[in-house]
Design a protein around this ligand. Sequence first.
Ligand code: 13P
Ligand code: ZN
Length: 269
Amino acid sequence: MKSILDNRPALAKEVNKVAEVAGYLWQKGWAERNGGNITVNITEYIDDEIRQMPAISEVKPIGTTLPNLKGCYFYCKGTNMRMRDLARWPMENGSIIRILDDCAHYVIIADNPVRPTSELPSHLSVHNYLIGKGSPYKASVHTHPIELIALTHCKKYLEKDVATRMLWSMIPETKAFCPRGLGIIPYKLPSSVELADATIKELEDYDVVMWEKHGVFAVDCDVMAAFDQIDVLNKSALIYIAARNMGFEPDGMSDEQMKEMSVAFNLPK
Ligand code: 13P
Ligand code: ZN
């Protein structure tokens, strides 16, 4: 079957990175059934021929108006599609959409009319926000990492930066590679515009935010880097749990050791 990725190696590379990360999410147990979603702003890879491609879906509302997305293109995981299937067949379990000039509607243009993720309002609101502030970030990943979600079932870890400090103190790399920490968003209905609005607000201060009792949402330059930020945070949660399972509360790195890290790695906080 013909694909939009044929003879477009740069675009194919981005989509294949999504497939690779989808495989990791499944292997980690973070992607039960259709759990999680990924979108990537691929506008920089769009050529004139793609711009002329007809819609293969009806015109659909985004649910909100996003002025910075005029004429943008996104690869989106399909709603109800499995990450483990997307890992092998990214264009059968996801699709490429074009945002229309009214910035409130979109159409699917390739390869198949696979309806985008139910979390599209959050993903597109975030891309709109990132473009607005001139960010180089192009990818957003939502997934259900077991140990990080478990933390949000304890009130203490819903307080600002309590989880961040604990996670950073488990192993030095966590602060180095997730330097803005983990933002917390109180529980909101999945796929709602309220959740999208709260996500953008929290991303002003963090690259990874937690949707209480649901999952994380991360942004970065590409899908691999967004995955890495979640992975280092969840690794820290696993170390914490391992220590607790050995019967003790882990000491964590000291404030001095954390400060030393921040200076050595030139970290913001
Ligand atoms: P979708 O299958 O619509 O992407 O939803 C998965 C999910 O995790 C919702 O939060
Ligand atoms: Zn989810």
